[in-house]
Design a protein around this ligand. Structure first.
Ligand code: AMP
Ligand code: ZN
Length: 114
């Protein structure tokens, strides 16, 4: 999608701090980190939000969780614990309309989120 910032990062049109990539996803450091580890895991395919998941694209979610767990180990936060978060829609706090999951850790999290 031409005016999507994450599609532009996926295609290399906008630079980002790449921490992982494979044939289905990229992972980048969040530009405005809210935790010592704050990585965004982004599918290469443009899916606007969790509302657009269906039988054809749903497997990306399990892949993303597997990548999150792998990165948590790489970053040394797996044993301490971490969060994998998806914000969906306006009230969910989604600001970029290309589905992505936040891997956050390195500090104690509070519950419930704000
Ligand atoms: P959300 O609010 O769940 O849609 O999350 C969007 C996230 O993308 C925010 O945490 C932003 O800080 C992050 N973000 C926006 N633009 C960029 C960028 N160019 N590079 C890295 N992270 C970004
Ligand atoms: Zn996109």
């Amino acid at each position: 999608m031409t005016d999507c910032i994450f599609c532009k990062i996926v295609s290399g049109g906008i630079p980002a701090s790449l921490v992982y990539q494979d044939d289905r996803v990229i992972a980048i450091d969040d530009i405005d980190p809210k935790a010592p580890v704050h990585i965004l895991i982004i599918p290469r395919e443009h899916i606007a939000s969790a509302n657009e998941l269906d039988d054809n694209n749903k497997d990306i979610v399990s892949h993303i969780f597997m990548v999150a767990a792998k990165l948590a180990k790489t970053k040394g936060i797996a044993q301490r614990g971490y969060r994998v978060i998806n914000n969906c829609g306006v009230e969910g706090g989604q600001s970029v309309a290309h589905i992505h999951f936040h891997l956050m850790g390195g500090r104690s999290m509070t519950w419930p989120p704000g």
